[in-house]
Design a protein around this ligand. Structure first.
Ligand SMILES: [Zn+2]
Length: 465
């Protein structure tokens, strides 16, 4: 009579703790690495009268099956391949090799014993319950395990799910699975694939739209509940009019002050965005000074999705004109460095704030990390605003640029700084003083933001988990 045993983590644990008591040379505890539970293969071998040994970079495990057939498994160091009786299989979860010990994910241990009564997966069924889809992976009713079926979930995106089960499949499972995929007509589920090259039962679920899920272990198998992931909307924007109060910003030949121009543009952007259904928060709404920390704090507390700082430019060359849009990154040109230096100047005194302390490289890196995460989005938002500015105000295109603006550093969302025109240029100063021109600039910024939002929403709701 062959040994008959249903293997589960609990049974294995019991065996290990009793079998290895007093033999401290063997690791018998479950180890958890990256959320995966591991068991030592040597312990399994010892409990089944199997043998295992190292041969070069290989770990060989020999077990006798229920029908006295020999089961050979060869694990290769630094590889996700395992060779079972000469057939190469993939490990859906990596093995752990440490101090001449080989550890396997607990959920895969069962796959080493195909001759024993490993729970056999028999069929799949599904039903829709309001907005929830219920999928059941059912075991053969004649061979139900006494202990819960083990599973391990991997989810790299909300459009797919990988499930490794401590089970085997019975002869008809693959066919029933394919049939289910063809006939279920499920609104969320695209397909379920059985990975026939993997050790153990490894299923790949792909979805028609981003989903969330919970998984339950039942007496008759595994139950998945799936529902559509709530879509995240971009609904709030922080507008940051530069300067204010004691800090006039750039001043033109006619005495025009940057702080007044940019506040007026910001208010116009706010009005238009609000009309388009986007909520707006201003970091200042009057002629007063706002510190760097206060601007960052306002952005952080606003639970907003985008940050747009609005400025006007100045250059020693009085002919310089046009629009530039910046995102935070290291300046590449002397001009970019000069613009950042001018806009940062007033904040220099505030740099005692530990988060934005300029002379401390670690603080600097931490602060920049905030924006690094949104580097691509910020550069795209900059591109949209720049493109829109060219369309709306026929300005000279000075391009999307990058520089180290303190005001963008501690902002945990896509963030850009728009230089709307040159106060130092006589003609542009005159234009900036005209309400119609400022209205056009506002419209350009609004269009850029509104063009960016759908793409950004797609990314927020798409594949990243
Ligand atoms: Zn400025």
């Amino acid at each position: 009579m062959a040994r008959s045993l249903i293997i589960s983590r609990f049974v294995l644990l019991f065996f290990f703790s009793s079998a290895f008591a007093g033999t401290p040379t063997r690791q018998t505890t479950v180890r958890v690495v990256n959320g995966v539970e591991y068991l030592p293969v040597a312990g399994v071998a010892a409990n089944y009268g199997g043998r295992c040994w190292w041969a070069g970079n290989r770990f060989v495990l020999l077990l006798s099956g229920s029908d006295s057939s020999l089961q050979e498994f060869v694990f290769i160091t630094d590889s996700n391949a395992v060779i079972h009786n000469g057939k190469k299989l993939r490990l859906p979860l990596p093995a752990l090799v440490e101090k001449k010990q080989c550890y396997l994910p607990a959920v895969l241990i069962t796959a080493l014993f195909p001759g024993l009564t490993v729970p056999p997966l028999n069929t799949v069924e599904g039903e829709k319950n309001k907005d929830t889809v219920v999928l059941r992976l059912l075991l053969n009713p004649l061979q139900r395990p006494e202990t819960p079926l083990l599973y391990h979930k991997q989810k790299f995106s909300s459009l797919e799910l990988r499930l490794t089960l401590g089970a085997r499949t019975d002869s008809g499972f693959a066919r029933r699975l394919a049939l289910f995929g063809l006939t279920s007509g499920n609104p969320l589920l695209n397909r379920i694939e059985l990975d026939t090259e993997a050790l153990g039962v490894h299923l790949l679920f792909t979805f028609r739209q981003p989903v969330m899920e919970t998984i339950f272990t039942r007496a008759n198998g595994i139950e998945l509940r799936l529902w559509a992931k709530p879509q995240r909307r971009v609904s709030r924007v922080v507008l940051d009019p530069g300067h204010g109060g004691k800090d006039p910003g750039a001043v033109g030949a006619r005495g025009t002050q940057e702080k007044d121009i940019v506040l007026d543009i910001a208010r116009r952007v706010k009005k238009q965005l609000t009309a388009a259904g986007v909520e707006v928060i201003l970091t200042r709404d009057g002629d007063y000074y706002v510190t760097l920390a206060e601007r960052a704090e306002k952005a952080a507390n606003s639970n907003a999705d985008l940050f747009v700082s609005i400025h006007a430019n100045a250059a020693p060359n009085r002919n310089a004109r046009g629009v530039e849009t910046y995102f935070l990154s290291e300046a590449k040109t002397d001009w970019e460095r000069a613009v950042a230096a001018r806009e940062n100047a007033v904040f220099e005194k505030e740099l005692s704030n530990p988060l934005i302390k300029d002379n401390d490289p670690v603080s600097l890196i931490l602060a920049d990390l905030a924006q690094n995460e949104f580097l691509i989005e910020s550069s795209e938002l900059a591109a949209r605003i720049q493109e829109s500015a060219l369309n709306h105000i026929c300005a000279e295109d000075r391009g999307v640029r990058q520089a180290n603006f303190y005001v963008l550093r501690n902002i945990f969302m896509p963030a850009v700084l728009v230089e709307c025109g040159f106060i130092s240029n006589k003609q542009e100063e005159k234009l900036l003083c005209q309400p119609e021109h400022r209205e056009k600039i506002a419209r350009a910024i609004v269009r850029g933001i509104l063009d960016f939002i759908p793409d950004y929403e797609k990314r927020l709701n798409g594949t990243r988990e």
